[in-house]
Design a protein around this ligand. Sequence first.
Ligand code: PLP
Length: 406
Amino acid sequence: MVKLPIYMDNHATTPVDPRVLEAMLPYFNGRFGNAASRNHSFGWEAEEAVDKARTSIAAIIGAKPKEIIFTSGATESDNLAIKGVVEFYKEKGNHVITCVTEHKAVLDSCRALERQGRATVTYLPVDRYGMVDPDDVRRAITDRTVLITIMWANNEIGTIHPVAEIGRIAREKGILFHCDAVQAIGKVPVDAEAAGIDLMSLTAHKIYGPKGVGALYVRSKAPRARLSPIIDGGGHERGMRSGTLNVPGIVGFGAACETAAHEMAEEAQRMTDLRSRLHAGICERLDDVHLNGHPTQRLPGNLNLSFAYVEGESLLMGINDVAVSSGSACTSATLEPSYVIRALGVSDELAHSSIRFGLGRFNTAEEVDYVTERVVKEVRRLREMSPLYEMAKEGIDLKSFQWKAQ
Ligand code: PLP
C-alpha cells in the first residue's frame, strides 16, 4: 500500500534528505558560532563548516569556492545578479536580454529596473517546446547590452535551454551571462566554465536541502564578473552580500550538493524511468493528452501534461491525496493560465488544463502507478460531465461551431 498523501511537486520544493538533516543538526546548538567571529573557536568552527560547504557547492557547478556568494535563496540571487550587474555597469550600458518563460524572480527584477528607468529589457520568445533560439539572443544584442539572463531549465515545463551556445555568444560579444540554474543542479550535469556562465543562481531547497539558503556564483576571472551589492551592512561575502551567514542552512546546502553529486547519474535514470512510466500509463488510457515542454531536452523528473476539456484546478481538487501543481497561478485573485504554457503558443483552454508532475528522489513506482490510476479516473469523470468533450467526440469542430446567441 502506498502512503498518502503522495508528494509529486518536487519542482516547488523537496523534502530535506535525512542525511542532510543529520549534517545540519549540530549547527543549531553545540556549534552555533557566528562564522564571522574571528577571535574564538566557536567562530572558527562555524567558518570551517561554511568553507567545507562552499567547496561542495562550488564543485557541483565546476566553480572555485571563493566564487560562491551565499544568499537567502535563488530569488535573492536572481535579484542580486540582475540589479547588481546593471548598477555596476551603468556607465557601459543599460540593456538586458532575457526570455519570456523565466522565473518571476528574474522577470520582476527586470521589470523593476525598467520601471525605475535603469534598464531597457528585451524579452525573447520561445519555440513551441519552450526553448529560446540562440540566434535570437545574438540578434538582440546591442552595444548597450550589459547582461544576458537565461535559465538553465524551466521550473514548469522542464525544458533545458541551449545554455552553452548562449554562453559562447555572450563570451564572443564580451557580455556577462547570468543563468538561473535552480532546477538543473543535482539533476543534470552543470558546468559554469564549460557553459560560459559568469553568474549563476542556486538554491538548496530544490535539491533536498533546507529552504531559505541559496547562492550566487560570481566568476572571479577571465572575465571577472563585477556587481554592486543590493544589501548594505557588514561586508560579508567579499562585500557582495552583507548579513550573518545561515550556518546550519549552508551546511545543509553543502551536504545536499555532496549527496546530489554522488547520486545524480543513477537518480536521473531512475527519474526518467518513473516519468516514462507515468506518461505511458496516462497516455495509454486517455486520449487528447498533450505534453508541454521539450520531448527530450527536459529535466528527468518533469512531466507537464495538458488534459483537453478538463480544468487543471478541477483535476487537482479531484485528486486531493496527490500533491502536484496546475498551470494556473492562484497567486492572483483571478485564475490566470500559466504565462509559461501560454508562451508555447497553446490555447488558453489547454494552458488551463495543464498539470505539472514533479518526480523526486523519494517517489516510487508504486506511487507512480497510484497517481496514474487517480488521474485517469478523475479525467474520465470530469470529461463525462463535459458537453465540450462529448461534442468533440461526436466529431463537431468546436473552433468553427456557431454558438447560438442568448
Ligand atoms: N528560480 C527558479 C527557476 C525556481 O524554480 C525558483 C523556485 O521557486 C526560484 C528561482 C526561487 O528560489 P527560492 O525559492 O530559493 O527563492
